[in-house]
Structures are given as structure tokens and as C-alpha cells.
Design a protein around this ligand. Structure first.
Ligand SMILES: Nc1nc2c(ncn2[C@@H]2O[C@H](COP(=O)(O)OP(=O)(O)O)[C@@H](O)[C@H]2O)c(=O)[nH]1
Ligand SMILES: [Mg+2]
Length: 223
């Protein structure tokens, strides 16, 4: 099963954990230790295919934990979250997005960011308009959702968008690599095309993407 590494990013208190817990268990947890940085796994079916989401729910954004450093550089999907009733959390998103860009070395074609305004149930306390949220998302070509972990609205849709975004990146990358002319057939290219022909879809042989050249083989098996 294809695995996708997802990272939640956002100021403390915006509801990252509540959103992830809702995805995992379908319930709203009122209080979740704000200092806990947790790794979760969730199987999801999107567009007829099964994926294993490995989700790092980050905590404490002031300094990178060792885990965050590693996940920012290897993560493929980023859920960038603010709360619609907290302007400061929205303003902080640009800086956090910058952190993602830095960690990824600006390789924009290797990851997807989904912009999320949480606590949509608190309409009467709204400080950030939908249009502002959408504009932030448009800047980075990201999908945008307003969600409520409390009511469970749009939570699943966010993670489906992560999967679709990552899947698109993987396909583009695989196509690019297939189209790149090769000077002489190397062991690697022969192996790639063989794998491409033999592969019948997303089998259990699909490994977790790592980095570097390894990806080629794995992406080809996804075609
Ligand atoms: N009204 C409302 N409160 C929420 C929502 N999501 C989270 N919260 C509350 O916001 C606080 C912080 O949530 P938490 O998930 O711990 O935030 P994190 O620090 O970003 O992980 C908690 O008191 C939650 O109960 C939501 O969608 N609506
Ligand atoms: Mg948390």
C-alpha cells in the first residue's frame, strides 16, 4: 500500500490534534495535551485506492524538534492550519509556510500544502474571512478548506486533498522521468521500464517513498 507522509503545521491551539483525532476516531476531543507531538497511522481509501497515511501531529512550533526536522524534509503533504477566530494564527501561517519551503529546499514539485482554517463552528468569533484564507492558499497553489474538528465538517476532505495532491506529484514525477532521454541504457533505466510494464497497480510491493533516485522505481510501480 502506498504510504504518504503528512505533517500538521500551525500555531499551538489552532486544533491540529483535534483535527487529526477526528480523522482517526471520528470524535472530538476537547482537551489534548498541547505539548504532545505524535505520530499516527491511518488507512484511507481515496478514488478507489488504499493509502496509508503516516501523520506527524506537531507541537511547539518555536523550535524544530529532531522529529520535525526530519519530517519537514521528508514529508510530502503539509496541512497548514490556523483558526478562523484567531488572526494571529493566520498571520503566523506565512512564516510557517516559509519553514516548509526552507526544509524542502524550495523543491516545490515534491510536496503539497493544504491550507486549513479550523474552528469554522465559531462563526460569531470569526477574525479571518474565507476570502483571506483562500488568498493565502492561492499564493501557494494550495487547496483551501474551512473545517471544524468539533463538528467534524470537512476533516476527511482535507486529508483526501492531501492524498490527491501527493498522488499528482508522484504521477508528474514518474512521467517526467519516463520522458527524460537517456544517453545509454543503464541498469537503472532497464529496470525501471521492466517494473513499469510488470506492475499491475498499487500492490503491497509499493514501498514508502524515501528520497533521491530510489523514488523512480517506487513511483513507476504506482502508474
Ligand atoms: N470550537 C472549536 N474548538 C476546537 C476545534 N478544534 C479544536 N478546538 C479546541 O481548541 C483547543 C486546541 O486544540 P488542539 O487540537 O489541542 O490544538 P493544537 O495545539 O493545534 O493541537 C482545544 O481546547 C480544542 O478543544 C474546533 O473545530 N472548534
Ligand atoms: Mg496538538
Amino acid at each position: 500500500m502506498a504510504e504518504i507522509r503528512v505533517v500538521t503545521v500551525g500555531q499551538g491551539g489552532v486544533g491540529k490534534s483535534a483535527t487529526v483525532i477526528y480523522l482517526l476516531r471520528g470524535i472530538f476531543i476537547e482537551t489534548y495535551d498541547p505539548t504532545i507531538e505524535d505520530l499516527h497511522r491511518k488507512q484511507m481509501r481515496v478514488d478507489g485506492f488504499a493509502y496509508m497515511l503516516a501523520i506527524l501531529d506537531t507541537a511547539g512550533q518555536e523550535e524544530f524538534s529532531a522529529m520535525q526536522g526530519e519530517w519537514f524534509s521528508t514529508g510530502e503533504g503539509f496541512v497548514l492550519m490556523y483558526a478562523i477566530n484567531d488572526r494571529k494564527s493566520f498571520d503566523g501561517c506565512k512564516k510557517l509556510r516559509q519553514r516548509i519551503y526552507q526544509a524542502k529546499d524550495l523543491k516545490m514539485d515534491e510536496f503539497t500544502i493544504i491550507v486549513v482554517g479550523n474552528k469554522a463552528d465559531l462563526e460569531e468569533e470569526r477574525e479571518v474571512s474565507k476570502e483571506e484564507g483562500q488568498a493565502l492558499a492561492t499564493e501557494s497553489g494550495s487547496p483551501f478548506f474551512e473545517v471544524s474538528a468539533k463538528e467534524g465538517s470537512n476533516v476527511v476532505e482535507v486529508f483526501e486533498a492531501v492524498v490527491r495532491g501527493v498522488e499528482k506529484i508522484r504521477k508528474n514525477k514518474a512521467e517526467e522521468e519516463e520522458l527524460t532521454p537517456k544517453r545509454s541504457p543503464s541498469f537503472g533505466s532497464l529496470r525501471r521500464s521492466t517494473i513499469g510494464k510488470l506492475s499491475s497497480g498499487r500492490g503491497d510491493d509499493v514501498q514508502q517513498p524515501t528520497n533521491g533516485k530510489d523514488k523512480t522505481k517506487k513511483f513507476c510501480t504506482l502508474l
